[in-house]
Design a protein around this ligand. Structure first.
Ligand SMILES: Cc1ncc(C[n+]2csc(CCOP(=O)(O)OP(=O)(O)O)c2C)c(N)n1
Ligand SMILES: [Mg+2]
Length: 285
């Protein structure tokens, strides 16, 4: 079979993002990553929920499941468990991943199913027009908080490292070369891999702009050892105004693989998988 090309992933669904949105950079790099990894569209499943970021799954010609806000991790894990031959990638906004879906995010790190979770972190609820999300800065003035957000922002990188999440990285939507490298590493990692992609929201967040990231981001270099959990945590917790980009932490915990269903057999090796899957689903009706 011929190697997949960018053309294979193109579709003609009209794009609804604002001009200048950081999501465009992520979409372009995602297509490139899938082609770089030699993955044909029929072997890829993108899972998402509700928001501007999750719309990304509409703009690629491959399998997609677009479900409830904050529930995308649950559907992705279920899909991977019954269809281990698919490459499963989750796309969430910061609200969906850390707010509505925070519980799923937390437990996915423990469970360690081999899926990749890409969080488009624009520090805001974009789709619903600029309310505070779990990563909005303390004191930032946003819709419904005209005097500034009172709560501390969440630190999802530190949380993930502290929970021994198998792969933890951060990148920036406007640094395509960096994002491509990090995404390819994450998708290849055998286990739950998590990438926080910083992404300006040009309509609702005047703070985290392209210029802001240009000024504050730095790339981790070879002096950082991503297998050193304490060092990774120190990077994630450094309150020095600098924003790290790169693979902060990784480990080789064995991923949870699909198991044989009693009375159904091993779903991985089964030639009549659709029929057997139907029997599994019938149990839960
Ligand atoms: C359970 C649930 N809570 C709230 C909403 C309303 N809602 C839909 S999208 C959204 C904000 C999305 O923000 P984020 O996940 O950061 O994505 P973005 O639009 O910023 O890319 C909210 C609050 C919903 N649809 N379902
Ligand atoms: Mg958001």
């Amino acid at each position: 079979m011929a190697d997949p090309t960018l053309q294979d992933y193109k579709n003609d669904v009209p794009n609804a993002w604002c001009p200048g949105c950081g999501n465009f950079g992520i979409l372009q790099v995602l297509q490139k990553a899938l082609v770089t990894l030699g993955l044909p569209p029929e072997r890829v499943l993108l899972c998402s929920g509700i928001g501007q970021a999750p719309k990304i799954v509409h703009y690629l010609n491959c399998n997609a499941f677009d479900g409830l806000h904050g529930r995308e991790v649950a559907s992705a894990q279920a899909a991977k468990i019954v269809a281990d031959d698919l490459t499963v990638i989750i796309h969430s906004g910061d609200g969906g991943a850390y707010g509505e879906g925070g519980n799923h995010f937390l437990h996915a790190m423990r469970r360690n199913v081999d899926v990749t979770h890409v969080v488009h972190d624009n520090h805001i609820y974009g789709l619903t027009k600029g309310q505070a999300s779990p990563t909005t800065d303390q004191g930032q003035k946003v819709a419904v908080h005209p005097d500034g957000v009172a709560a501390l922002p969440m630190n999802p990188l530190a949380l993930a490292i502290s929970q021994s999440c198998p792969f933890v990285a951060q990148s920036l939507s406007s640094q395509a070369d960096h994002l491509l490298d990090v995404l390819c590493q994450a998708i290849r990692h055998p286990g739950f891999s998590y990438v926080n992609v910083l992404q300006p929201c040009v309509s609702w967040d005047p703070v985290h702009t392209y210029a802001y990231y240009q000024k504050h981001c730095y790339r981790l270099d070879t002096s950082h050892d991503p297998t050193d959990q304490a060092a990774a945590l120190a990077v994630a917790l450094a309150h020095d105004g600098r924003i790290p980009l790169g693979v902060l932490y990784r480990n080789d915990r064995p991923a949870l693989r699909p198991v044989s269903e009693p009375g159904v057999g091993d779903l991985r090796e089964c030639p009549d998988r659709p029929a057997r899957l139907a029997r599994v689903f019938d149990r839960y009706r």
